[in-house]
Design a binder for this molecule. Structure first.
Ligand code: BTN
Length: 275
């Protein structure tokens, strides 16, 4: 009698093996953690001890139970999305941290284009939009104080999910959500998408950020944004600033021209609405 033994490989091991095989990076993704579920990849990556979180370490979860967004918001993270945090051991000054958000957004926009041919647009400082709706948000946690200097870049990309699952949540932020499934009309291979993002992050990191060409990142970023020349209302948590978005300053902040022609530098906002 012959016995047929069926071995089913887990999501985690299939994802990890395929990603490791596909990546063409030298530094990013040399250490990969994949989980079926986590509370938050960001919390997990932040808590990893130094020895287990070398530069370029990636943490991915199929779903998150307590995903974290910007300004203390929660981030809805059902199965089908790409929920990933990347550990960066920075070799540049603290002034350049804002640029890590820019390179994350650039990498995601490139990867979406590579995978689907869809051209997404960027919203300052770190959102990726398709047809004015948010498809990806980026959260950057920074710890440069202790000996264990690290930046954790969290990417939340609504890929193979119905936007109805997340839209109610995002209206509070004045930005509707969308998903790749909705815009592309199909689901995409999450491992290929991840590979593409990580390859691009490495490219932007080494060719620009850590080689003293951070300002070129601004030019690349601006090229992918439709914000300029538009009237906007920015709420920074204290006041509403109304004006025209005119540029990105050399330190990465947003420059707005107000009604009295004065220029206001925005370094932080809770939400921004375009007219
Ligand atoms: C935003 O508010 O726009 C940023 C959202 C960032 C969500 C991602 S999903 C992977 C990582 N883990 C988290 O808990 N948050 C980030």
């Amino acid at each position: 009698m012959r016995w047929v033994v069926e071995l089913t490989e887990s999501f985690e091991s299939i994802f990890k093996t395929k990603l490791a095989r596909l990546l063409i990076t030298n530094r990013f993704g040399k250490s990969i953690y994949v989980f079926n579920e986590l509370d938050s990849t960001q919390d997990y990556a932040n808590a990893l001890p130094t020895t287990e979180s070398v530069h370029g370490t990636i943490v991915i979860a199929r779903k998150q139970n307590m995903g974290k967004g910007r300004i203390g918001k929660s981030w809805v993270s059902p199965e089908g999305g790409l929920w990933m945090s990347i550990v960066i051991r920075p070799d540049f000054s603290a002034d350049n941290i804002i640029f890590t958000q820019f390179i994350g957004a650039l990498a995601v926009a490139d990867a979406i284009h590579q995978t689907t041919k869809i051209r997404s647009r960027l919203k300052w400082p770190n959102d990726v939009l398709i047809k004015e709706k948010k498809v990806c948000g980026i959260l950057v946690d920074v710890n440069l104080e202790s000996k264990d200097k690290k930046i954790v870049m969290g990417l939340g990309l609504n890929a193979n999910i119905a936007s109805s699952l997340i839209n109610d949540y995002l209206t509070a932020d004045n930005t509707r959500a969308t998903t790749i499934r909705e815009e592309y009309g199909n689901d995409i291979d999450l491992v290929n998408l991840t590979k593409s993002i990580v390859d691009k992050i490495e490219y932007y990191y080494y060719d620009f950020l850590s080689s003293g060409k951070a300002l070129e990142i601004i030019a690349l970023w601006k090229n992918k944004s439709d914000m300029f020349g538009r009237r906007a209302i920015v709420y920074d948590g204290i006041e509403k600033i109304i004006g025209e978005v005119i540029d990105i300053a050399q330190d990465g902040s947003l420059l707005m021209k107000l009604g009295d022609e004065s220029i206001r530098k925005i370094t932080y906002f809770r939400n921004i609405t375009f007219r």
